[in-house]
Write a protein that binds this ligand. Structure first.
Ligand code: DCP
Ligand code: MG
Length: 385
């Protein structure tokens, strides 16, 4: 330790939505560890603990330098006692015993593997773990009753756990554009989620679809899905109507906006070797095999792979909110809503923003929403909280 002047203290704001968090940062050796503990807390359905670890990790992601000693943590917000203890151990010993024992625990590994099956949540995974199941194939061997999503999840397990590349995301974009354009002209299709934030890989590909003409987007989802099915491009799909009623409902809320948000969880069949060519569509797929919700019993082979794709349709009046809500990261979203509620008495969703007097605040861009919230605009590439 040298007695010279300290480097200027880094000031870090306490809400993730007040900070710039780049994709690549300097402290993955710490954040990976904290995120293991966050994940394990989720497996134990301890949300408070999980969010605490995620917030700690997120603060370290925003630092412009490597954390080398405990002095570097001075004045940082959100670092709870437990996180500080873990960080200290890693700085001193190179690893944290708690993180390592978690990583190696049978429960963590089994929960990770079982929740890694598309359609399997923490509750089912935990029940199966208690029944002695450990791996996805155990679900088959022990004859568990699986819903259609889980059946597809097991069937395409390897593909769905292989990261989707940017190149593949672009290939899927071309397919989605072609599908949407075939059933409605003038629709706007935007890549959301991690890829919008600049990630090179993702666990899925997220799209938001809208149309400048309010109402033109109605009924779009089933038509798009039909088209995709006819082309043999869907391995699985399930559409849910997003219940826009779940939050507190003010009289100012325009009734025609209710129940219009549709989300489709799907699995695409992506032909290999055509990524990025712009002509990923191919009519040589076996015909008539995609009826219903699990279309095919084929296994991915050398010619194609399964890819998780989420499609969301939004009316244009909600497009800015939907864009902000679907860009992520998940923690950034959570922090935006917390900021809105706790600091501004407002209520933010992917549909709308209401002020403290329940008045609807109109917005045509993400920039306007940040302004309504009294926040400096943070571009998508710096929302990797
Ligand atoms: N989202 C959210 N809350 C949810 C689900 C989604 O806020 N319960 C938002 C934020 C996410 C975006 O939707 O960024 C897409 O969700 P993903 O799970 O696909 O997350 P990412 O795209 O960020 O990550 P990945 O690269 O793993 O797909
Ligand atoms: Mg995603």
């Amino acid at each position: 330790p040298k007695p010279s002047a300290d480097p200027p203290a880094t000031t870090v704001k306490s809400y993730a939505c007040q900070r710039r968090t780049p994709l690549k940062h300097h402290n993955t050796f710490l954040t990976d560890a904290l995120e293991i503990l966050a994940e394990n807390a989720e497996f134990n359905e301890n949300e408070g603990r999980s969010v605490a670890f995620r917030r700690s990790a997120s603060v370290l992601k925003a630092l412009p330098h490597v954390v080398r000693g405990m002095d570097d943590l001075k004045n940082l917000p959100c670092l709870g006692e437990h996180s500080v203890r873990v960080i200290k151990e890693i700085l001193e010993d190179g690893t944290s015993s708690e993180v390592e024992s978690t990583r190696q625990s049978e429960q963590y590994q089994a929960m990770k593997a079982l929740t890694g099956v598309f359609g399997v949540g923490v509750k089912s995974a935990d029940r199966w773990f208690r029944e002695g199941l450990r791996r996805p194939l155990d679900l088959i061997h022990t004859g568990q009753k699986l819903n259609l999503a889980q059946q597809a999840g097991v069937q395409y397990y390897n593909d769905l756990n292989r990261p989707v590349t940017k190149r593949e995301a672009v290939a899927i974009s071309h397919i989605v554009e072609k599908a949407v354009n075939a059933v409605l002209s003038g629709a706007i299709i935007t890549l959301m989620g991690g890829f919008r934030r600049g990630k090179e890989v993702g666990h899925d590909v997220d799209f938001l679809i809208t149309h400048l003409e309010e109402g033109a987007e109605e009924g779009l989802m089933p038509k798009v899905l039909n088209w995709l099915e006819e082309q043999g491009l869907l391995l699985y799909q399930k559409t849910t109507r997003n219940s826009y009623l779940e939050s507190k409902d003010g009289p100012a809320r325009p009734p025609h906006n209710l129940d219009r948000f549709e989300r489709c969880f799907s699995i695409f069949k992506l032909e290999k070797g055509k990524e990025g060519s712009g002509t990923s569509l191919n009519t040589s797929y076996d015909s008539g095999t995609t009826e219903g919700i699990t279309g095919t019993t084929e296994q991915p082979g050398p010619s194609w792979r399964a890819v998780r794709v989420d499609l969301v349709v939004s009316p244009f009046s909600q497009f800015a909110f939907a864009t902000l809500g679907w860009t992520g990261s998940k923690l950034f979203e959570r922090e935006l809503r917390r900021w809105a509620g706790q600091e501004k008495g407002m209520s933010l969703s992917s549909h709308a923003l209401y002020d403290s007097k329940q008045r609807y605040l109109r917005a045509n861009s993400e920039e306007e929403i940040f302004a309504h919230l009294g926040l400096e605009y943070i571009p998508p590439s710096e929302r990797n909280a």
